[in-house]
Ligand binder design. Structure first.
Ligand SMILES: *[C@@H]1O[C@H](CO)[C@@H](O)[C@H](O)[C@H]1NC(C)=O
Ligand SMILES: *[C@@H]1O[C@H](CO)[C@@H](O)[C@H](O)[C@H]1NC(C)=O
Length: 249
């Protein structure tokens, strides 16, 4: 039995996991979906979030409350990938693995903001439709807040989802801050802590905002192996081969 802790993306909340939570529980696992700051039914407003740490606080408090011997599997969707990465850095001994579900996956070689900047660069020319983006630091600086609109999510994010879930989302979406400035700092993630935890990426081929090529960019950008990985990363190669053996033997 595993304990999964599920972290939503921007504007969403714990509610977006309701189907996955019940399936995981039916399969005999524990599943804990959390609302981050000013998300879902979290009582804070975004004006009360001064930093990415304020936003991530519900996960930080949850991780701190776990007994020393207990480990969880962190799962992050979309921007949730940023938040689970910060928790991996703060609580490396309490995380047995991290799962990125079509998520922003930062690495310890570049500032976390690099992952976010790549997302913006690739979506710059895409129509925003009824989604809103605010530039509180001036138009020459990166965006600071966003709120996804019902037409945008129906066309770009939930285009393969049941209509009922689009209606649900439309009533529950809340504005979110992006915290680009906080995430520009160099050493938020280290090889020793964040880098010590196994990461799994679930690629979603039909995702539009974080499309397959961007998902693969996150994977490749975090894998600092040269062409001869069997010399430079023998342990990682061996671990992957063992997983193949477990699956196909
Ligand atoms: C992903 O989006 C980029 C634009 O950011 C586009 O050039 C590319 O063709 C898309 N790739 C896939 C696999 O959809
Ligand atoms: C990841 O992307 C950044 C920004 O484009 C770049 O500076 C860095 O060299 C890339 N790292 C790898 C391992 O590809």
């Amino acid at each position: 039995m595993a304990h999964f802790v599920l972290i939503h993306g921007l504007c969403l909340g714990a509610w977006c996991w309701y189907k996955v939570v019940s399936l995981l529980q039916s399969a005999g696992h524990r599943a804990t979906p959390l609302d981050l700051g000013a998300s879902g039914i979290n009582p804070k407003q975004i004006t009360e979030l001064d930093s990415v740490s304020d936003y991530a606080l519900p996960l930080t408090e949850f991780m701190a409350s776990l007994p020393d011997y207990e480990k969880v599997i962190l799962v992050g969707h979309s921007y949730g990938g940023v938040i689970i990465s910060l928790a991996m850095e703060s609580f490396p001994t309490k995380v047995s693995a991290a799962v990125y579900l079509s998520a922003l996956m930062p690495n310890h070689h570049s500032p976390i903001a690099t992952a976010l900047a790549e997302f913006f660069k690739r979506n710059e020319a895409e129509p925003k439709m009824d989604s809103q983006v605010w530039f509180d630091d001036g138009p020459e600086n990166p965006p600071t807040r966003t709120l996804l609109g019902p037409k945008y999510i129906a066309a770009k994010a939930y285009h393969l989802s049941p209509k009922e879930d689009i209606e649900l989302a439309t009533t529950l979406l809340r504005p979110a801050k992006l915290f680009m400035k906080d995430l520009s700092s160099e050493s938020l993630l280290t090889k020793e802590k964040f880098g010590s935890i196994d990461r799994v990426y679930i690629v979603c081929k039909d995702d539009l905002p974080i499309n397959e090529s961007l998902q693969k960019w996150y994977i490749e950008n975090s894998t600092a192996a040269d062409h001869m990985a069997m010399f430079s990363k023998p342990q990682e190669v061996c671990k992957c081969l063992q997983q193949v053996a477990e699956k196909y033997n």
